[in-house]
Design a protein around this ligand. Structure first.
Ligand code: GLY
Ligand code: MN
Ligand code: MN
Length: 446
């Protein structure tokens, strides 16, 4: 992504700050997290900090200043340090970072405590997202106290704190062309990883061996990491929504549910496919698979500008619930008509999650799902618009229970794709991942 893209985003945010009366915004990256002793978890920058800077080092913070006449963006980052660079690798240092990332000025992170109170003095407003980073919240309070303490000498502290997150989240919700290219790349790699796992699958392997196929394809193609913990769940494990152990042996006749997506250059993908371990769907598996596929088609038909966020879910629920009645998972004599079964949430015995979420820099990405203004007591779900990216991921999860036909017990199926809303409909970013019964069985023959 070009320097100009990040500069443009800062300009856009500064303009919004100005429209809110101007002031100073403080945006920090994530902290390094200790795993144990002197080992840290792999560092992942804060997504909003990255979105506005392109800067991926830890220990960094940016200050944006919109004071009516002038606008400035300031970066605080680690100093160059040959000793640390021998151990941990390259760091830009303020001078090179300022030039490379297009900031007006850059300081050492060590100078935060002296610089920030000066920058906050006489600012109209403070723009900050509190509650995200408790350490920063506490530091900011100290710096504000310092500014307040100077009030007798005529220094004025910011009048109010304005929630910065709302402004940035709304920008991040609409993906620009460079972001879409990155998300397409992430989805394409993940799709190939799923196809690889399908080709490798056979009864007798362990779930983690298929996870290894997935991870191999991610890294082989340059994706930095998974965007979330991969789920490889066979048989009854597929009915555990957040199954993570991936430790069971795959049995003949099992379905395998894989929910895995890579992160490529900070952008997530999130794909689920479900396939038969032995390469051929049984009649009962095929019946439920086709039902989930039909539910996804119904939700996809709502993926266009003007539909509301929840329309796809409602459409999927309608198809799934009708299917549950048709195949006898739900007993008409107990739950009544289709409308009754939807109204009473009877379908939730077998479909208990939502049908999708925003996706972008984070797998569960930021952005409000509802409109700003209330109609009556609630705010309606917002309408989809071009540039938004959502997942569409209906499923069915049949745990053994009284009255549940034995042939369907322990089947868990989810089908998930990443969908870019366009001016005239949508583009399925994960379209090349085998999905129909015929496509999956053919992929698995290879
Ligand atoms: N993999 C997480 C999700 O599907 O939302
Ligand atoms: Mn998923
Ligand atoms: Mn998802």
């Amino acid at each position: 992504m070009s320097q100009a893209t990040f500069i443009q985003r800062r300009i856009q945010l500064l303009a919004q700050m100005q429209a809110h009366g101007g002031g100073v915004a403080i945006i920090a990256t994530a902290h390094e997290m200790t795993r144990n002793n002197d080992n840290t978890f792999p560092f992942r920058h804060d997504s909003s900090f990255y979105y506005l800077s392109g800067f991926t080092e830890p220990e960094a913070l940016m200050v944006l200043i919109a004071d009516g006449t002038s606008q400035r963006s300031i970066l605080f980052c680690r100093e160059k340090d040959l000793e640390r660079e021998i151990w941990d690798g390259f760091r830009y240092g303020p001078a090179a970072a300022q030039a490379h990332f297009g900031f007006d000025v850059a300081f050492s992170i060590e100078s935060l405590a002296t610089e920030i109170p000066n920058l906050l003095a006489d600012a109209a407003n403070l723009f900050h997202s509190s509650g995200v980073d408790q350490k920063l919240d506490a530091q900011l309070q100290c710096w504000l106290n310092e500014v307040h303490a100077k009030s007798r000498s005529g220094v004025h502290a910011p009048d109010q704190t304005i929630n910065l997150r709302g402004l940035i989240d709304e920008m991040r919700l609409f993906k620009d062309s460079s972001e879409i290219a990155m998300m397409q790349k992430a989805a394409s790699i993940s799709g190939q990883a799923h196809a690889r796992a399908m080709r490798a699958a056979k009864p007798g392997l362990f779930e983690y061996e298929l996870e290894a196929e997935i991870l191999h394809e991610f890294r082989r193609q340059g994706a930095q990491s998974p965007a979330y913990g991969s789920i490889v769940a066979t048989g009854a494990n597929a009915c555990i929504l957040h199954y993570q152990s991936n430790a069971a042996q795959i049995k003949d006749g099992d379905l395998v549910l894989i929910d895995a997506g890579c992160e490529f250059d900070s952008y997530a993908s999130d794909i689920t496919r479900t396939f038969p371990a032995n390469g051929k769907f049984s009649p009962a598996q095929k019946t439920l698979y086709e039902l989930v596929l039909a539910a996804q088609q119904a939700a996809l038909a709502c993926a266009h500008p003007g539909s509301r966020y929840m329309d796809g879910h409602d459409a999927a629920v309608r198809v799934l619930t009708q299917g549950m009645l048709d195949v006898g998972l739900l007993d008409k004599n107990k739950v009544g008509s289709l409308e009754d079964a939807i109204a009473s949430n009877a379908f939730r015995q077998f479909y208990m999650h939502g049908t999708g979420h925003w996706i972008g820099l984070d797998v569960h990405d930021v952005g409000s799902y509802r409109e700003q203004d209330k109609v009556g007591k609630t705010r309606p779900y917002r309408k989809l618009e071009a540039g938004m990216v959502i997942t569409i991921e209906p499923g069915i999860y049949v745990r053994a229970a009284e009255g549940v036909p034995a042939e369907y017990c322990n089947i868990g199926i989810r089908i998930e794709d990443d969908i870019l809303i366009t001016a005239d409909g949508h583009i399925n970013l994960s379209r090349d991942t085998p999905k129909t019964v015929a496509e999956i069985e053919s992929e698995m023959k290879q």
